[in-house]
Design a protein around this ligand. Structure first.
Ligand code: ADP
Ligand code: ZN
Ligand code: ZN
Length: 743
């Protein structure tokens, strides 16, 4: 008799263990097979983890596997190993890791739709806008109408909006229709055969060193190249060599929608051997791409974070482009770091791991320094010049305080305004960058200085011009902007801050004949919206592109000669130790968008903190000086990477419950730390209020722990997880290690 040890496809720690089932006569099973099994009174799906000839379970309790869900094993043996590693590393259920490894469409007995149900507006745009304004409290309806104003949508992409759509249909605002699913992702349509440019001397050195590693069993590298240095070409040559050797490659990018040219370039060079995997694909597209990869037809996989789980064997190269981006950290359970998973897979396969960036994260760069333990070390390769030796753009810093004192109260300094005039007069294009979304985005009082806050959350409400309402970005609360200050009653209540809409409007006022495009969260909620905006800009139909951090990513527009940063310092003041690093990265990346082709580029950075080193050094594009300064600061203040931060956040309806839970956890952890004799490894451990004390109508407390890098991190975090699991009823606990946001 043969037994299958199965993990059931239910995410709960109580069932996070193997269950034995008898394998019926005639069914040949392999590890990684997706099966259906009886589970209590139900029938569920599960994954075969291993097979054995014996079982410890009493024979009368053993039930049989009911059948295969799919003929082929869906989880490769090496991916099963990876899932087991992730379970330990990220303290998740095994099935949470396995679920990342196949498209959601392949789980549960879902039908594979060949057609999509789409929605379209049934009324004029004016009528739709009027409805939005008149129904400010129906947030979901407003959001979906807003999306529809930009074009038809696939209803499957908006699962949470089914009720809102139905009610809009009943009111005659929206109509549904069926359409064949287009299964070739947009970025891959219409490829042309790309020719190889001759490599620059720097690229040559990089390619030959990386190729040598590829041929000799792998290695780990950081490609630190200034913006426009041609890192992509290095990736392409290395990937090509891997394919020649009969191997495969994974290329990770921060967000597919924002890196269409990476997809295009890879497709031009690798044709049908390239596949795209990311969450923006329709179910059918994702399923088809997954099958092409699994069958070995596609051997180069390009995708966002989750593509690191692509079902490829025999990996030669894993590239992580723009490795400093926070989108590589998952914000859902399991909270994995795609760079760590990439490293695990590369090591297991004897492949080359290549992290690339113009502004590496402080912790990555530190690994390229002498004295790092070999298992953590990265070898650094530098590209110090732009491809074809084009100069880095000239960056001018404008002090907006002076500008104001001189009587210029507009959002554009004299400098930026005249630079725009020149640029447009020459027929060139410009990008204007703002580190926020929305119109003048918060309302505050000139008399007492207080900003209008959400009644449910301890955060500022955001003003949206399209419907003249205030919204909370955390809980969705909507309200009318007050006429007088809620705190002091003053009438001098003002809309402060600048958002993308405000900038767009100002540009239209200054240059009424110029076409302006805008890219931010509001204009990109529909599928392919990013790409349409970028293509219009590339084609020159829009001359000015206004955007949030989205436009800072790896975009390459030859005709852009001017980049304006409207407010450079907005991100400096966030309550997070990484805000300086993020500001530096953002400014360097944005500045790097200018002057990438023949015409030299100009960058104007407007700021209220012109002397801050993040701004000064980004203007000089001096990464090394920034690293030195910032790492000294982190060391002095004992911030990561010199330490590891872990925390458990407790939320409850009553503040005293959240607080009691945090204090109880603090006590248990103190006992553990003393019992294990590791007090000197801990920098700090205490219960305290979360930075946002009240969120989505729940009170928040946390246990915050900071330990030295040398501490036994795994042991400490495992203990924290155990403590979190013991929390009293009515209190929710969530554990995070080096959290992306410390709110
Ligand atoms: P990075 O990612 O390092 O910022 P890109 O890979 O976007 O830089 O390349 C910048 C520009 O230089 C692109 O337009 C690219 O086509 C061009 N380029 C790269 N390598 C070469 C080369 N060897 N010869 C000519 N042009 C190149
Ligand atoms: Zn006031
Ligand atoms: Zn709120």
């Amino acid at each position: 008799m043969q037994y299958a040890n199965v993990i059931v496809d239910i995410s709960a720690s109580e069932v996070d263990r193997l269950f034995s089932y008898a394998v019926p006569e005639g069914l040949s099973l392999l590890p990684g097979h997706q099966v259906s099994v009886p589970f209590g009174p139900r029938k569920v799906e599960g994954f075969v983890v291993s097979l054995s000839d014996t079982t410890k379970a009493p024979p009368e309790k053993i039930r049989s596997v009911l059948g295969l869900v799919r003929p082929e094993p869906v989880i490769l043996p090496e991916m099963m190993e990876l899932a087991l590693w992730m379970k330990e590393r990220y303290l998740c259920n095994l099935v949470d890791a396995l679920r990342l490894m196949l498209p959601a469409e392949m789980r549960g007995a879902r039908v594979r739709e060949k057609t999509a149900r789409r929605a379209t507006l049934q009324v004029s745009m004016e009528e739709a806008r009027a409805y939005i304004v008149g129904h400010g409290r129906a947030r979901k309806q407003a959001e979906i109408l807003n999306a529809l104003l930009l074009g038809d949508i696939d209803t499957a992409a908006y699962p949470d909006y089914a009720a809102a759509l139905k009610s809009l249909q009943e009111k005659g605002l929206v109509r549904f229709y069926q359409k064949d699913v287009r299964r070739t992702p947009m970025g891959l349509r219409g490829s042309n055969q790309g020719k190889d440019p001759e490599l620059t001397p720097g690229q040559k050195v990089a390619v030959s060193e990386l190729t040598r590693a590829l041929e000799n069993g792998g290695g780990r590298f950081l490609l630190h190249g200034v913006t426009g240095s041609g890192k992509t070409e290095v990736y392409i040559r290395l990937v090509r060599r891997a394919l020649e050797m009969g191997k495969t490659a994974i290329v990770l990018v921060p967000e597919i929608a924002l890196t269409p040219q990476m997809v295009r370039w890879f497709h031009a060079r690798f044709g049908g051997e390239a596949a795209v995997l990311h969450s923006g694909l329709s179910g059918g597209e994702r399923f088809d791409e997954w099958r092409r990869i699994r069958s070995g037809e596609a051997r180069v996989i390009i995708g966002a974070r989750s593509a690191v789980f692509a079902p490829v064997r025999n990996i030669g190269v894993i590239v992580v482009d723009e490795e400093h981006e926070t989108s590589y950290l998952s914000d859902k359970r399991p909270r994995y770091d795609a760079r760590e998973v990439a490293r695990y897979r590369a090591d297991a396969a004897g492949a080359v791991l290549l992290l690339g960036s113009a502004t590496p994260s402080i912790s990555t760069y530190m690994r390229t320094m002498p004295g790092v333990r070999p298992e953590n070390a990265l070898k650094r390769i530098e590209l110090n010049r732009r491809a074809n030796n084009r100069p880095l753009p000239q960056v001018e810093i404008v002090d907006m305080r002076k500008e104001f004192q001189l009587g210029n109260h507009s959002i554009f300094s004299a400098s930026l305004r005249s630079a725009m005039e020149d640029c447009l007069a020459r027929g060139q294009q410009c990008m204007l960058f703002i580190n926020r979304r929305g119109y003048s985005n918060f309302v505050s009082c000139r008399n007492c200085g207080k900003a209008v806050k959400c009644p449910n959350c301890d955060v500022t409400m955001t003003y949206h011009q399209w419907d003249d309402l205030l919204r909370c970005h955390y809980c969705g609360e909507v309200m009318q902007p007050p006429k007088t200050c809620p705190s002091c009653g003053s009438r001098y209540i003002k809309y402060f801050g600048v958002g993308t809409q405000k900038v767009e409007e100002e540009v239209r006022n200054l240059f009424p004949t110029v076409q302006v495009g805008r890219m931010d969260v509001d204009t990109t909620s529909t599928k392919d919206a990013h790409q349409k905006i970028l293509e219009t800009f590339r084609a020159g139909e829009t001359r000015v592109l206004v955007g949030t951090q989205m436009i800072a990513k790896g975009l390459d527009f030859p005709n852009v000669t001017l980049v304006g940063v409207v407010a450079a310092d907005l991100s400096l003041n966030l309550p997070d130790y990484r805000s300086t690093e993020r500001t530096f990265q953002l400014l360097t990346q944005v500045a790097g968008r200018a002057g990438r082709a023949e015409t030299p580029g100009r960058v104007v950075v407007q700021t209220y903190e012109p002397d801050h080193y993040a701004i000064q050094l980004a203007a000089k594009q001096d990464y090394r000086a920034f690293y030195t300064r910032e790492s000294a600061f982190r060391r002095a203040c004992l911030y990561p990477p010199f330490t590891v931060i872990a925390r458990i956040v407790f939320t409850a309806d009553a503040e005293k419950d959240a607080r009691a839970a945090a204090e109880a956890a603090e006590e248990k952890l103190n006992a553990y730390i003393d019992g294990a004799g590791i007090r000197r490894d801990i920098v700090q451990m205490r219960a305290l209020e979360a930075p946002i004390r009240f969120l989505r109508n729940r009170w928040r407390w946390q246990v915050f722990l900071k330990m030295y890098f040398k501490a036994d991190q795994e042991a400490v975090t495992r203990k924290m997880r155990d403590v979190a699991a013991e929390t009293a009823e009515g209190v929710q606990a969530e554990m995070e290690v080096n959290p992306v946001n410390m709110i």
